[in-house]
Structures are given as structure tokens and as C-alpha cells.
Design a protein around this ligand. Structure first.
Ligand SMILES: [Zn+2]
Ligand SMILES: [Zn+2]
Ligand SMILES: [Zn+2]
Ligand SMILES: [Zn+2]
Length: 456
């Protein structure tokens, strides 16, 4: 992840971090001749580039995390600090206070190391009952602090901003006396993790808390709102990065740190909040977002059937314009409408039954055209829910709902294709659901089944 004002590290430093972290851990030829190279990026920092042409579907690299830990700082959920399973009545280690769910987790090498570190360096201020809640959330900092010296130093090669106090650290300091040098280290790492870590999707195996990991090579991937890769996380939390379309020699390799289906103002704001930068990619600069008009609001002029769009989407105070009657609307007016839309969306419950005639939806329709990202998002949720929800199996869907599922799959596939999603997870997921709907249709009336599928 690049931040323009940060100095570009020397190639020898990069080589060190990659070598010391055994980056090229995949057992393929890539270890000898990687498909990528690290170079200066036009985004300002450094990035990964194709060292040769990379065919769609190719594995670009495999990357093991330097450290993993919980994603958010919700202090109410208790979990085992080692296997991350949620557990309400878990024991905690009497020596260090870390929560451990089983003898296995308690006697693990990782716990022995942490236990020794905490009891040696941190002095408990009082018998704080709640401290075990925070330790599992702070353990990722201990993992990184205990890295071998060279690797620990190379952490500073990752992009980071001004270091400041954060909630978990404040909490930790209220429980223990922590050496200043370690507090400073944790502040820096907090910023490194915020900017560079990747969400690790929850595994289906056990009930575990949401995780994130610091992946030393993937951290060099810059963001683009139309990425050319997709990530797959393995059982051992290692990450595989595949090309979602052909990547040319010398072309930059991108990932996407935000929701691909959100409209530009929402994506950019979320990227700023979570990763501290304002995206200026080609999609962000295009008011029409590759013809999808995801940001569109219905024209305020009741006689007009046009949509209003931001004139310059990367300037939040830009005027909006109507694509039909060409009226101009100051951003303040847009903000008030978006406020109303936001409150309507907040009362749309995810658990609501699928009801295209609901009152809230009708109100939303008075503001938004069907291409709006709000509807796209809602339609995607419906698509995945129809036929895959309690009391609503495919087998039991009404004809109307089966047809709705099929239609929504095709619409969203078309939109993702227009945005240039390539062979992304979203496309795979939608194709799976479209296939399920068509198979159910075929089961119901085999004679009428039309085998010609067109979704592009
Ligand atoms: Zn455990
Ligand atoms: Zn312990
Ligand atoms: Zn962008
Ligand atoms: Zn108009």
C-alpha cells in the first residue's frame, strides 16, 4: 500500500525483507523466477508489477502472514488468544492472563513465548479482572515485537503514518506498566497494520472471530477500484493472489481494499477512513463509473427523467449535473438528499423478507434510479438469500421469486462485467447462484428449459 509522501525504500532493503520472510514460499517455479517485480508506482510509493505477461487465472504469488490477530476492538467478545475461537467460559492463564480454550492452546509454543514475555516485561498494576480481554487483542503486537532483529527492523519499510495512542493500548496501559520503548513500537505497528493488513475471511470450520494479517509481499500491492487480482486464503492463513484478468508485462498489479460494488463517494470515504488515502484511480475519476452510474440520484426536476452525477467525483465539493436536462446542483443539496437516503437505508433490515413493494424501498425509489449502488447492494443480498435461507429453499421458491433470483443474478453479472471485475469472486458467486436457479427451473419444467445462457 503506497502513500505518496513516503520515501521509496532501496531495492536491497526490499530484497532483505522478502528473503528474511521467505516470501517465495510456493513450491512452484515462481520461487526461481517470480511473475512480479517491485518498482516505483505512479501512485507515488512502490508497487508490484508484472515481470512478464501474466495470464488470467495464474497464481502470482503465495504469501504467509508475518503475524495475524483480531480485526476489530470490540471488547465484549471473549475468544481464545491462540485458535481465535469464541468462548464464553474459557480459562485464562494464571501467570499472564491470556485466554486459552484448551490444554493444547495453553501448552502451545506460542503461549509459552508470550507468557514468558508478559511476565518478564509487564508489571500488573492491580488485580485487574478484565485484563484478559485485552491481551488476546494485543498479542499481534507481541508477535511482531519478538521477530528477529532484521525482520523487526524491516517492518518500518511498510507504509505508516504518524503514530498515536489507540484504544487497546490505552486499555493495556491501564492494566500493566509497559516500558516506553514497547509503547512506541506498538503505536507504530498500529499504523502499519491499519494501512497494510488484509482481512482474512472467516473460516467455516469453527466459530472464530474476524481476523486480519500482515502479509509482507501483499503489502506492496497498491489499491485500485478495478483490481486485476483476487485473493484466496488457505487453511493455514496463507494468502494466494491470482490474476483476475490478463496482466501485461510492466503493468501494475492491484488489489481492492474496499467493496467493489459501492459507488465512488462511498468507496473513497471508506478508503480514507480505513487506509488514510483518497483514491484517484480511473474509475474514481469517471462520473459514470464505466457506464454503471452507481452514484446516480434521480434528477430533482420532476419533469426530467435523467440522473444526477458528480461532475468531478474526486472533489467532494464538486457540483453535480443532470445527464438529461443539464441542470447543476451544488454539493450541499446533494449532501442533504444523501442524508435522507442514508436514514432510509439504515431502517432497511437485512433480515427483512424480500419484498420489492416495501414502503422504505418505494421511498428510496423516489430518490434513486435502479442503477444506484444502494439497489445493487440490496439486489446482491436478495440474490444470495433467495433459495438459501431458512424456510426459503430453492425447492420451495415461488415461480415469481425464482424468476427474480435469475434476473438479479444476470443484472449484477452484467454490471460487474461493465466495471471490469474479470474473474473475481463476485462473478464466481453469481454464476453459482445463476446456475442453481436455472437448474431448479429445469427440474420444474424440463421441456421448457432453455439452455442458452447469456449474461454478458
Ligand atoms: Zn484455543
Ligand atoms: Zn500464560
Ligand atoms: Zn478508485
Ligand atoms: Zn434533469
Amino acid at each position: 500500500m503506497s502513500v505518496p509522501h513516503q520515501a521509496i525504500p532501496k531495492q536491497s532493503d526490499i530484497d532483505n525483507i522478502l528473503k528474511s520472510n521467505k516470501i517465495m514460499s510456493c513450491d512452484c517455479d515462481a520461487a526461481q523466477s517470480p511473475l512480479w517485480i517491485i518498482k516505483k508506482s505512479s501512485t507515488g510509493g512502490r508497487g508490484l508489477f508484472g515481470r512478464k505477461k501474466i495470464e488470467k487465472g495464474s497464481l502470482i504469488f503465495t504469501n504467509k502472514p508475518l503475524a495475524i490477530g483480531p480485526r476489530n476492538c470490540d471488547l465484549d467478545t471473549a475468544f481464545c488468544a491462540y485458535c481465535y475461537k469464541t468462548c464464553e467460559d474459557c480459562n485464562y492463564c494464571e501467570k499472564c492472563g491470556l485466554v486459552v480454550c484448551s490444554v493444547n492452546c495453553e501448552t502451545s509454543r506460542m503461549h509459552q513465548t508470550d507468557c514468558k514475555f508478559i511476565t518478564m516485561h509487564w508489571k500488573l498494576k492491580s488485580n485487574v479482572k478484565e485484563m484478559s480481554k485485552i491481551l488476546g487483542r494485543i498479542r499481534i503486537y507481541i508477535q511482531l515485537y519478538l521477530l528477529p532483529a532484521q525482520q523487526k527492523e524491516s517492518l518500518l519499510l511498510f507504509q505508516h503514518d504518524n503514530t498515536s495512542m489507540f484504544h487497546e493500548l490505552e486499555y493495556l496501559c491501564s492494566c500493566f506498566v509497559i516500558p516506553d520503548e514497547q509503547i512506541e513500537f506498538m503505536k507504530t505497528v498500529y499504523s502499519i497494520l491499519k494501512i497494510n493488513s488484509f482481512r482474512i475471511p472467516a473460516s467455516d470450520r469453527e466459530k472464530s472471530i474476524p481476523l486480519r494479517g500482515l502479509f509482507p509481499l501483499a503489502a506492496f500491492l497498491n489499491h485500485n477500484c478495478v483490481p486485476n487480482t483476487r485473493n484466496v486464503f488457505k487453511e493455514d492463513n496463507s494468502m494466494e493472489v491470482y490474476a483476475s484478468r490478463d496482466i501485461e508485462f510492466g503493468e501494475e498489479i492491484f488489489t481492492c481494499y474496499t467493496n467493489f460494488l459501492w459507488c465512488t463517494p462511498v468507496r473513497r470515504y471508506q478508503l480514507y477512513k480505513s487506509k488514510n488515502f483518497w483514491c484517484k484511480c480511473v474509475r474514481c475519476k469517471d462520473p459514470y463509473e464505466m457506464g454503471t452510474n452507481l452514484s446516480a440520484i434521480k434528477c430533482f426536476n420532476k419533469q426530467c427523467t435523467g440522473s444526477i452525477l458528480p461532475e468531478n467525483p474526486i472533489n467532494p465539493s464538486s457540483e453535480w449535473f443532470c445527464d438529461s436536462c443539464t441542470s447543476k446542483i451544488p454539493f450541499e443539496n446533494i449532501n442533504s438528499v444523501q442524508h435522507i437516503i442514508g436514514s432510509l437505508v439504515s431502517v432497511l433490515s437485512e433480515d427483512d423478507d424480500i419484498n420489492p413493494n416495501g414502503i422504505v424501498l418505494q421511498r428510496l425509489e423516489s430518490f434513486l434510479p435502479s442503477c444506484s449502488h444502494i439497489f445493487v447492494d440490496l439486489h446482491l443480498r436478495w440474490t444470495l438469500k433467495l433459495g438459501y435461507f431458512e424456510g426459503m429453499s430453492l425447492y420451495e421458491l415461488s415461480e415469481y421469486r425464482l424468476a427474480l433470483k435469475e434476473q438479479l443474478c444476470r443484472d449484477t453479472l452484467r454490471m460487474a462485467a461493465a466495471l471490469g471485475a474479470g474473474d473475481a469472486h463476485l462473478r464466481g458467486l453469481l454464476l453459482y447462484h445463476l446456475h442453481a436457479a436455472l437448474a431448479e427451473r429445469a427440474r420444474r419444467c424440463p421441456d421448457q428449459y432453455d439452455v442458452s445462457i447469456s449474461y454478458t
